[in-house]
Design a protein around this ligand. Structure first.
Ligand code: ATP
Ligand code: MG
Length: 506
């Protein structure tokens, strides 16, 4: 640690001692004023009230002093009260002799009562404030835990945690930062007691004193007593904002230090000793939110890989069929027709036989083409989603009411996904609602592709009763989309899908 830091720490310690002294003297002054005021009241009441009761009036001062400034000042106030009372209302007739035994006992009882009640009151006040803090902490943790359990996006959790930490620690500013591989940090959330512009989302160098730099070096919670005279972007910003001290904790995700949460204050009073423990409770929730989001992203990526691999295989089979078997069948059919042309007219039987072979070949070719289309429609890759959906509707045994509102080509994965959604939904209407009227609408709006396939058939569709709808769910979610199935018995079926056109988020 630099000598400069040591000297600033010494000056901070001096400042704190000064602050404590000021607090005590203002308490003492308030106690003296209050004792004076009560004495005034006692003087007014003296003709009407017996002097022992007047003594009890001073308890009215001792109690609030104990609650606000603690036991020591309460004891001082009790002694001052006894002194004032003795001088004014029970003056000794001879030096150091109190007027009568009754008053002496009363004074003794008063002193003991004042000290006991005063220390009880101050302890009660401390217990109440600890339990208030605990309750606040529990509710803050519960609020964040609820967000984590609801799997809201990590940025929402970051923002909520930063706010809760700031409020709970009585800070003026709270920040959450993520370590980057290049040694910088990115601010991911910030909260301030009074609105101040803070940079979030940009990378910051760790070139000077900062909570993030210290935590990266030690892996432990840190306290910084002052940014005075320190270099670096973070220290500079802290000084500009009037920050005097900070306390921060690491956020550890799956064994690595992912980032930090720090609370900062403009006050000269240090954060309470349990602040690190308080912040640490939140870092665990943040880590859980990040781990969950990473697990979800991994799952989505692995689903997307499976779907993409299956699609590639289907496309390869379609190409192999097209370039191999289909071409062979076409050329065989041509050869048969050529041979047929060479056969003399009198060999009608042979010619008829060849004709049947040629027809069989062309039927086999049609069947093969149909199969290839089912495996992966070439028109989708060549002409895009709209053309492929029109072809799909034409081939359907039902009349399909098509409403296609999308222009130009969409990302390939989305086109393929959308095609299979409509293909499976139409296969289902043909299989399970053959007499129904069917509408298909596809629209790209608000950075989403929205698909709806509706029939007015018997309803009752269910993801769990076959592989078609369940496969769609996998495919849609792998692309970051959502699928909704509405199929009440007797009231038709609607399959709705939304794909984000920008692809799956983080
Ligand atoms: N449009 C629909 N109208 C009525 N019932 C439907 C409709 N679509 C699906 N279903 C019901 O939901 C079930 C699940 O559909 P799903 O597509 O998953 O399976 P499937 O069509 O039976 O078989 P496959 O796995 O070959 O697609 C179907 O078995 C059927 O009972
Ligand atoms: Mg099906």
């Amino acid at each position: 640690m630099s000598t400069e830091t040591v000297s600033t720490e010494a000056s901070v310690a001096r400042r704190r001692t000064g602050e404590r002294m000021r607090r005590r003297s203002s308490g003492a002054l308030a106690a003296v004023v209050a004792v004076g005021a009560i004495t005034g009241v006692a003087l007014l009441l003296e003709p009407h009230v017996d002097s022992v009761s007047l003594l009890m009036l001073y308890l009215i001062v001792v109690l609030p002093v104990a609650v606000i400034w603690g036991t020591a000042l309460a004891v001082g106030t009790s002694l001052l009260s006894v002194a004032v009372y003795t001088i004014l209302f029970a003056p000794p007739q001879e030096a150091l002799h109190i007027v009568d035994a009754q008053k002496a006992v009363a004074l003794g009882v008063f002193l003991i009562t004042a000290v006991v009640v005063g220390s009880l009151a101050s302890r009660l006040q401390r217990t109440a404030s600890i339990s208030r803090r605990l309750t606040e902490e529990q509710s803050a943790l519960r609020r964040v835990a609820t967000l984590v359990a609801r799997s809201v996006s990590p940025p929402e959790v970051f923002e909520a945690v930063t706010r809760e930490v700031g409020l709970l620690c009585g800070a003026d500013l709270a920040r959450m930062e993520r370590y980057e591989v290049d040694g910088t940090v990115t601010g991911v959330a910030a909260w301030t007691r009074v609105p101040v512009h803070l940079t979030v989302g940009t990378r910051i160098e760790l070139d000077g004193l900062s909570v993030a730099r210290e935590i990266r070096q030690t892996g432990q919670p840190v306290r910084l007593a002052s940014f005075w005279g320190e270099t670096g972007a973070i220290a500079r910003e802290a000084r500009q904002l009037g920050i005097r001290s900070s306390v921060g904790c690491p956020i550890v995700v799956s064994g690595r230090i992912w980032g930090v949460i720090a609370a900062s204050t403009k006050s000269t009073e240090r954060f309470p000793d349990d602040t690190e423990a308080q912040i640490a409770n939140f870092t665990e929730l943040v880590a859980t939110a990040i781990e969950n989001a990473e697990a979800r992203a991994e799952l989505r990526a692995s689903r997307a890989r499976i779907v993409a691999t299956a699609d590639r295989t289907r496309r390869r089979i379609e190409r192999d069929l097209h370039d191999g078997a289909q071409q062979q069948l076409v050329s065989l059919a041509l050869q048969v027709r050529a041979v047929q042309a060479l056969i003399p007219a009198e060999s009608a039987e042979a010619s008829g036989e060849l004709d049947r072979i040629a027809t069989g070949l062309s039927e086999a070719l049609d069947e093969l083409r149909e199969m290839a289309r089912g495996i992966h429609p070439a028109v989708l890759a060549e002409l895009g989603l709209v053309a492929a959906l029109k072809a799909l509707a034409r081939r359907s045994p039902q009349t399909i009411d098509l409403d296609l509102r999308t222009n130009g080509r969409l990302p390939e994965a989305i086109e393929v996904g959308a095609y299979y959604v409509v293909a499976e939904a139409l296969a289902n209407t043909a299989k399970h609602a053959s007499d129904a009227a069917v509408t298909v609408s596809v629209e790209s709006r608000d950075d989403e592709l929205r698909i709806a396939v509706h029939d007015d058939g018997a309803g009752g569709a269910d993801f769990t009763r076959g592989t078609g709808l369940a496969g769609l769910k996998d495919r849609v979610e792998a692309l970051g989309g959502r699928i909704f199935l509405h199929s009440p018995p007797g009231d038709g079926t609607t399959v709705r899908v939304r794909f984000p056109l920008a692809g799956p988020a983080g």
